[in-house]
Design a protein around this ligand. Structure first.
Ligand SMILES: NC(=O)c1ccc[n+]([C@@H]2O[C@H](COP(=O)([O-])OP(=O)(O)OC[C@H]3O[C@@H](n4cnc5c(N)ncnc54)[C@H](OP(=O)(O)O)[C@@H]3O)[C@@H](O)[C@H]2O)c1
Length: 276
């Protein structure tokens, strides 16, 4: 029987990409109550409508909101408490990246990224946890990234936020061992979603364009993640062509990574000289 049958789930960032795919697959696997959040209300309502017509026993509620705003996160938590909605499964998926050097980044974008990728995820986890512990069961999936496994020039803040997600997830997983609450960090490599478009800065030549052979289809990423969660796996890096190099990179000595990445520093010097 599907471990997701009859479960209530909160999915953040469900209007596109991996979040939408989580909603689709969890509905198919028998979840009975989905709360979907993102900013774009039309996308969420469209998805909710499709899901409820395909699965008549499924209840879908949508909350269109900007999770990078701390007061909004407080509002959502109060709203969910007042609706008496406490998820069996929390999919902390909403997030975005910003590709380019740190010195040329927009400070407001950096702050929004920290608030969304780190603060909102942490607060929602802290909110969901007590009820899961009371029930002696629950699943938390935090969407990190392979970008969080090593420091990544031109994705400095994004990679740092994902390093936080990866580390935070591993640490609370240990704290929660034996409690019935399971924590899985999803660390995808490149996946074709709107991520690249959002991460690529306007007026910048640098675009997020990973080689196609490294991209894992979003349906496979989510399927492998739901399987990993069901067997209480702490971390999942979908796709063998991503997993093996990332495991090697993760265990590579820091001095070698510096040596490797320093080969890019000439490009950054040239960019700086051109801009001044
Ligand atoms: N795709 C990749 O290559 C890749 C690789 C590694 C990790 N990831 C991670 O996977 C997760 C999902 O990304 P994706 O690839 O599915 O990208 P995506 O297609 O751009 O989806 C991102 C989702 O997050 C929501 N979101 C963005 N900003 C938000 C905000 N301020 N408040 C609330 N919701 C917000 C978006 O909805 P709205 O715009 O409607 O708000 C959308 O639903 C992210 O955490 C990302 O870092 C992606």
């Amino acid at each position: 029987m599907s471990p997701y049958k009859g479960k209530s789930v909160l999915v953040t960032g469900a209007s596109a990409g991996l979040g939408e795919e989580f909603a689709l697959q969890l509905a198919k696997l028998g979840a009975t109550h989905l709360v979907l959040t993102a900013r774009r209300a039309d996308r969420l309502e469209d998805l909710g409508g499709r899901l409820m017509s395909d699965y008549p026993d499924l209840r879908v509620e949508t909350i269109s909101t900007d999770l990078s705003d701390a007061s909004v996160v407080t509002g959502i938590i109060e709203e969910l408490n007042s609706r008496q909605f406490f998820p069996d499964i929390l999919i902390n998926n909403a997030g975005f990246g910003d590709l380019g050097t740190f010195e040329t980044s927009d400070p407001a974008t950096v702050e929004t990224m920290l608030n969304l990728n780190v603060v909102a995820l942490t607060r929602l986890t802290r909110w969901a946890l007590p009820r899961m512990l009371e029930n002696k069961k629950g699943w938390i999936c935090n969407v990190g990234s392979t970008a969080g496994l090593i420091p990544l020039p031109t994705f400095a803040v994004y990679a740092a936020t994902k390093a936080y997600v990866n580390s935070f997830s591993e640490a609370i997983r240990i704290e929660l061992h034996g409690s019935g609450v399971h924590v899985t960090a999803l660390c995808p490599g490149p996946v074709e979603t709107e991520f690249g478009q959002v991460a690529s800065r306007e007026n910048s030549k640098r675009k997020f364009a990973p080689p196609a052979f490294l991209c894992v289809p979003k349906a496979d990423v989510v399927r492998q993640t739901l399987q990993a969660m069901a067997r209480d796996q702490g971390r999942i890096i979908p796709g063998i062509l991503v997993r093996i190099p990332m495991l090697l990179a993760e265990s590579t000595p820091r001095w070698f990574l510096r040596f490797f990445f320093n080969r890019m520093s000439g490009d950054f010097r040239k960019e700086r000289a051109k801009a001044s």
